[in-house]
Ligand binder design. Structure first.
Ligand code: NAD
Length: 255
């Protein structure tokens, strides 16, 4: 039985992970990390702790859906007590990404800004489309619920990197994430990544390829957060046996 520790347990995805783990064969929830106290009841066999060291020692693998600064604390502690970690937290800055890379040199880490099979496939399709549809303007729009903190979404950025890779350009040099005022004509290489926020939208991403006379739009819509929690459990089962290294959801799904 694989013992799972959930980091970010009281969050929207964390709570679903706890529920989904009850039905999961071969895995069980052994511990949750909380900063203060847990606001909901949990099976008494689960260790609830605010001590990161105790948390890491009480599980075989950690699943993290928290916030960038919390994920950073987790990675810093994991460098002292290595453990396989599935990281689903988005919005990591360059320092936090470097920390994640450092940690993956001593433990297996799977980092995915989106745990869904559909988005993993979409990312592949975007890469192919970007290299095939030469000269088409690439524009990405993402929509999420009003509570989402980072923008553009990690998924939109992953899709943008995939498009930039297909096009052979450096995303950091061509990304546009806002247009306002007299900005002039669209440049040939730019890749726009725009964010909309509202209501309870779980996640919607559209990658458009626009040319004179025709356009293609590839769209993915998540209708339930269970897509992410179930995807993270699938990733955890896969990662727990792996050697140290940094893995993607595409590795896990063999895409
Ligand atoms: P949420 O705001 O509902 O939950 C955040 C959790 O982090 C809470 O449990 C909170 O208590 C915890 N937390 C915050 N600061 C902390 C700290 N300093 N120490 C410990 N815990 C702390 O968010 P959510 O909607 O559940 O999303 C969590 C993250 O996962 C976000 O970054 C979101 O963008 C990302 N996400 C990823 C995927 C994916 O498939 N990879 C899907 C959905 C959301």
């Amino acid at each position: 039985m694989i013992k799972v520790g959930v980091f970010g347990a009281s969050g929207r995805v964390g709570r679903l992970l706890i529920e989904d783990l009850k039905q999961e064969k071969g895995m069980s929830l052994s511990t949750v990390y909380v900063r203060e106290s847990l606001e909901f009841s949990i099976d008494p066999s689960v260790l609830v702790t605010n001590d990161m060291h105790v948390f890491l020692n009480a599980c075989d693998i950690v699943i993290d859906f928290s916030l960038p600064e919390a994920c950073q604390l987790l990675l810093e502690e994991a460098l002292k007590s290595p453990k396989p970690i599935v990281v689903g937290t988005t919005g990591l800055d360059s320092h936090q990404m470097n920390l994640l890379k450092d940690a993956s040199e001593i433990m297996p880490i799977l980092y995915a800004t989106n745990m869904s099979l559909g988005v993993a496939l979409l990312s592949r399709l975007v890469n192919i489309a970007a290299s095939t549809l030469e000269g088409f303007d690439i524009e990405i729009v993402e929509q999420h619920h009003r509570h989402k903190k980072d923008a553009p979404s990690g998924t939109a950025l992953t899709l943008a990197y995939s498009a930039a890779d297909g096009r052979g350009v450096d995303l950091d040099k061509v990304r546009v994430s806002g247009r306002n005022g007299n900005i002039g004509e669209r440049s040939k290489d730019e890749i726009a990544v725009m964010a909309l926020r509202g209501g309870d939208i779980v996640g919607r991403h559209t990658v458009g390829f626009y040319n004179d006379g025709e356009f293609i739009e590839l769209n993915h819509t998540a209708t339930s957060r269970n897509t992410f929690s179930k995807g993270a459990l699938r990733a955890a089962k896969w990662l727990v046996e792996k050697p140290k290294g940094l893995y993607s959801i595409a590795d896990c799904l063999e895409l």
